[in-house]
Write a new protein. Structure first.
Length: 274
C-alpha cells in the first residue's frame, strides 16, 4: 500500500446500468490519468467479465485473489491487490466467480455492506487518495455494494437517443441507496462519452443532458476514438497505448476536472467547519 496521504480517501463508483456506455474504458483511463497527475489510485473491478483487469494487462493467471474472495470474506482486500505496470495505479481484479455472489450471499445480514466493510482498513490506512469501482452493466447486488461503499457516483453517459431515459432509472437507484444504505452518497458528475461532432444527435443529447443536469455534467466530453477502442486488446490503457490521441487527451482533462471538483468540495467543507 502507498505511504499515508494527508487527504482522506475518496471512493468513486463508475456506474450505469446500460452496457456499452464506456464504464470500463472510463474506469481504466481515468484511473491512469489520476495516477499520472500524482494521485494514488486503487481500481476495483466489480464486473464478473473482468474487462478492467484485462484492460490493465492483468491476465487470469495473475488473479490469484479476486474481489470474489474479498466479498465472500475469504481474503482481506489488501491480499487481493495487484500492482499494475503503471506507477500509482493498483487493481483488485475480478473473475467469473463474481457472478455467483448474489446467490451465495443470499439472505446474509449486511450483504449490501460487504465491500464497504472490506474497504474500511484501506480508508483508515490512507495510502490511496482515490478508489475507483468499475460496476457491471446492471443494478444488482454488486452495484449496490459499490454504491454503499462509495462517497460519490461518476456516471458515463453515451450520446445516444435513449440516454436520459436510462439515466433516470440510475438516479432512482442512487436515491434508494442514499435513503436506506448510504446517506452520504453524492453525484460526482456525469461524463458524456462516445461523442461524435459529425453527428447532430450527439450535439442534441449533450444539450439535453446539460439542460437537465446543469453543472453536474463535466465540461470534458469523451469523443469516439479508434485508438481508445483498440487499447484494451493490447492490455493497455489508451493513455499508454497512444497518449496523443483525442481520447487520451480527453481523459486527462476529465481527471483534472475530477481533481478540481474534489478540491472545491474540500474547500467548501473547510469553510463550513470554520
Amino acid at each position: 500500500m502507498p505511504e499515508k496521504s494527508e487527504r482522506p480517501l475518496r471512493v468513486l463508483v463508475i456506474a450505469n446500468q446500460k452496457g456499452g456506455v464506456g464504464k470500463t474504458t472510463t474506469a481504466i483511463n481515468l484511473g491512469t490519468a489520476l495516477a499520472a497527475v500524482g494521485e494514488h489510485v486503487l481500481l476495483i473491478d466489480s464486473d464478473p467479465q473482468g474487462n478492467a483487469s484485462t484492460g490493465l494487462g492483468v491476465g487470469r493467471a495473475l488473479r490469484k485473489n479476486t474481489l470474489y474472495d474479498v466479498l465472500m470474506g475469504e481474503k482481506p482486500i489488501v491480499e487481493a491487490v495487484v500492482r499494475t505496470n503503471l506507477p500509482g495505479l493498483d487493481l483488485v481484479p475480478a473473475d467469473p466467480d463474481l457472478s455467483g455472489v448474489e446467490l451465495e450471499l443470499g439472505q446474509q445480514t449486511r450483504r449490501s455492506f460487504k465491500l464497504r466493510d472490506a474497504l474500511e482498513p484501506v480508508r483508515q490506512a490512507r495510502g490511496y487518495t482515490y478508489v475507483l469501482i468499475d460496476c457491471p452493466p446492471s443494478l444488482n447486488l454488486l452495484t449496490v455494494n459499490a454504491m454503499t461503499a462509495a462517497d460519490a457516483v461518476l456516471v458515463p453517459l453515451q450520446c445516444e437517443f435513449f440516454a436520459l431515459e436510462g439515466l433516470t432509472q440510475l438516479m432512482r437507484t442512487i436515491d434508494l441507496v442514499r435513503g436506506s444504505l448510504n446517506p452520504r452518497l453524492e453525484i460526482q458528475g456525469v461524463v458524456l462519452t462516445m461523442y461524435d461532432r459529425r453527428n447532430s444527435l450527439s450535439e442534441q443529447v449533450a444539450g439535453d443532458v446539460r439542460g437537465h443536469f446543469g453543472e453536474t455534467v463535466y465540461q470534458t466530453v469523451i469523443p469516439r476514438n479508434v485508438r481508445v477502442s483498440e487499447a484494451p486488446s493490447f492490455g493497455k490503457p489508451a493513455l499508454v497505448y497512444d497518449l496523443k490521441c483525442a481520447g487520451s487527451q480527453a481523459y486527462l482533462k476529465l481527471a483534472r476536472e475530477v481533481v478540481l471538483r474534489e478540491r472545491a468540495r474540500r474547500q467548501d467543507l473547510a469553510a463550513g467547519a470554520a
